[in-house]
Design a binder for this molecule. Sequence first.
Ligand code: ADP
Ligand code: ZN
Ligand code: MG
Length: 509
Amino acid sequence: MNYEPVIGLEIHVQLKTKTKMFCGCPTHDTAVAPNTHVCPICLGQPGVLPVVNAQAVRYGMLMGLALNCEIAEHSKFDRKNYFYPDLPKAYQISQFDLPIAINGHVDIEVPGGEREVARIGITRAHLEEDAAKNFHETGASTLVDFNRGGTPLIEIVTEPDFRSAKEAKIFLQELRLIARYLGISDADMEKGHLRCDANVSLRLIDDQGGIVGARFNPKTEVKNLNSFKHVEKAIEHEIKRQTKLWETQTPPMISTTRGWNDTQNRTEEQRSKEEAADYRYFPEPDIPPLELKDLADELRTKLPELPAVRRARFQNEYALKPSDARQVCDDPLLADFVEHTFSELHAWLIALPELQETEASVLDHEKQKLGRLVAGWLLSKLGGLLTERSIDVRTMKITPENFAEFITLIATHKLNNTAGLKVLNAMLDDGSDPSQIMESQKLGRVEDEGILAELVTQVISNHPAEVARYKAGEDQLLQFLIGMVMRASEGTADSGIVRNMLLVELKSE
Ligand code: ADP
Ligand code: ZN
Ligand code: MG
């Protein structure tokens, strides 16, 4: 028998609209003075009328569609009543029984996990407004900044379908990426655009994985996790804590709410669900119901290519390894760069005279070689140079056209790896063209056999001891001699040619 973790997430994503959910105030993202982006509506003064932000509805529906949800034909807003200083109306406008989206799912890949692929059910997604922000000052006072109050949110509730902290983290990261692809949120956890509550319980399973006893047990809800690391650590801690309770025959009897204490590295009890507020939901009388069918049909046609589809396409079309495709597609701008680079490269490939009228399999093989070259040069080599210079694909001076040309120089052996790195560095310096750099800095491969033969002879006569040892049977010294010739050519010789020339020379001596 084993304890199986059962985990469900509730996620809030701040929508990147220009104005708030129900008024014309600018949404608060950059540093502005507290309580400047406010008006009678978002301050909850009597007699005002909220007006729904159409862009927020579209953004929320796009998310619902991206999560494979059914979009409600009829939806409405409700009042969720509770009293707290961050909520001036003493109710939050949210959605209760008719959310904009229900019954979706997202497939995640969990490399090295117990399940390689997991389908996570989406219970619902609904629109609501954010609360203001409390600042608990030292001493007894609490200050409230209402700038955030009324910012549009979409809340996404998953089924309890996760079986590990890792699965939950991967799902959240995928959700962040989906939001970015849709352009509806930056979904930056550090900035509070993406916030997560994790619900965790355990259940007993037998050795065949069959559930023993209750299908679901009382859960703990860990509130306000604001980084991927916290989500993972809090769930792991909660699994350990509850396992101990089960092992001592005292499993949780009621659902509770806990908080994550990052300094103590543990979850802490906040309140039990039995005492939780009764929100007395009722329909918001000031906002007409939403009729969403036509808009849903329109938005379905406008859905961009989503990360999972793009990753699969990059693997198929560009012959990228799954891990490389993932790395590239994690950054939409990097993915655009790669896409542009390959379209140049494939155009170049198809136009090559020697590839005219060849079989498709030959072309495929060449495309695979280009895929490996681009992955190697872009992700490891250029990636390393960018890190050294603290810049990224957004700020670097290399265009996809120039990068594609650079790859063709490598692919046709006009540049070897050593010289290639020098060219790449020079391209980063001023954005210039790789062929020009190669010529002006004389970095092109030394193809002139005469020059190479001279270098080979020089190296042999300068290293009589090593040559003697090689001839006495120390084969590994060949590598040393190749290295010496390469150095003499300042890295521009082709090491294969050098090797052959050395072998011939050493034999004939
Ligand atoms: P609540 O009564 O707390 O509102 P819900 O049924 O609305 O609970 O579910 C809230 C979240 O908790 C969802 O993400 C759901 O998947 C998850 N959840 C529900 N029951 C469990 C359970 N027994 N263990 C873990 N997660 C659960
Ligand atoms: Zn306002
Ligand atoms: Mg609930």
